[in-house]
Design a protein around this ligand. Sequence first.
Ligand code: NAP
Length: 461
Amino acid sequence: MTMITCVSPVNGEVYAERPALSLDAAKDVVARARKAQKDWARRPLEDRVQLVLKGAARLNEMADLVVPELAWQMGRPIKYGGEYRGFNERSNYVASIAADALSPMVVEDSANFSRRIEREPHGVVFVIAPWNYPYMTAINTVAPALMAGNTVILKHASQTLLVGERLVQAFVEAGVPADVFQNVYLDHETTSALIAAGSFNFVNFTGSVEGGRSIERAAAGTFTNLGLELGGKDPGYVMEDADLEAAVDTLMDGATYNSGQCCCGIERIYVHESLYDAFVEKSVAWVSNYKLGNPLDPETTLGPMAHKRFAKVVREQIADAVAKGAKALVDPKLFPADDGGAYLAPQVLVDVNHSMAFMREETFGPAVGIMKVKSDAEALELMNDSPYGLTASLWTKDAERASRIGRDIETGTVFMNRADYLDPALCWTGVKETGRGGSLSVMGFHNLTRPKSYHLKKVTA
Ligand code: NAP
């Protein structure tokens, strides 16, 4: 029997383990979801919306369990109180727009004709979630998918294997029928086999580019609808008229919060030459204030990375960049908890360039590179010199200029004077190797349903 194991970054020991389902057992789960779907979809929309909100509320009541459990599984300091703010904001927002987003588009309603496009749930939706924001990334699809009348099967990351269990526990305790929202433990092979067998009507995968490729390969030829929310290497660009303090504060937080393990974390910063020296100096001071340590200690502001293999990638990228001429400006002695393993000190690199993996590949750690630029054209070229495109953060007082530059950036979201935030009213989407599709907003609902056209002629004469 294959076991799915979570090794805690806190102490390197096994924290939780569950047996993976066999392919036959997993097919039974899918069959139950399919059987339950029609009844679920027949319920009034408002009932489904309220049940999802009750599930979210129930999860809030479980904070004393969920918050330390999250620290053990992936290292998020308990000081931050889990992910409730974003989790609630997203659940409440999608609930508030569900009726509008799912309402029919009426083309004609006359004595002779009723012509309209209705939104119909896909059927069974499969959600494959990552460990970095395990509750927030899952709820982006789980909440609107259930509200729209789909049944949902959730496969969470091994690193956060208890998260799926807690979500389903909360929703079922709140009254969502057990077969409508199910949690599964699956290895990669069984996951792919289920998709390849055409088990699902929609698969939402959030994770790495390599993982996304495997899912796309598994789905090939089945015509399964796919949402792929993959990696990023998000840039910040600080123009000469930027508010320097605000730029440092937001961009360094965006680069290092959650130990830099954010899909839309800031990984590279381009600063106009007039602000460059001051920006670098303030950024180094900013990150030096972190307290790296055990995430269960209420004083800790920077926890370990989720696994020592993720920290190894960051250490290797930094070492490679330094060997090629980059300068590391943060003194590691300020962070005695850095153990060469999962506990990793934050770092700021200068004298970097795009020949270094550190400036091109996803780092996904609390380290950022800063480069000096002379013009918008130079910044634009550097921002677009990337295989990814999730968000870009522009710092200026001129919204017109930001919009103009934004139009030329190959990205899913353009921010001005903010970063590293998912606005549930806007479509969360990416380009290039960041994937395809879109979640949240009205478009998230549209992607979790299919259009169905009604062309009704009322009179035959
Ligand atoms: P990951 O290793 O790709 O895993 C993501 C999920 O997919 C996990 O549940 C994982 O299961 C599963 N998985 C991975 N490869 C698979 C395969 N070949 N077949 C079946 N299932 C597979 O990614 P991660 O390390 O958890 O997450 C970090 C990545 O996610 C980063 O690249 C980050 O940028 C990206 N991300 C993107 C967004 C976005 O909105 N664009 C949001 C959050 C994260 P196991 O854990 O059991 O391997």
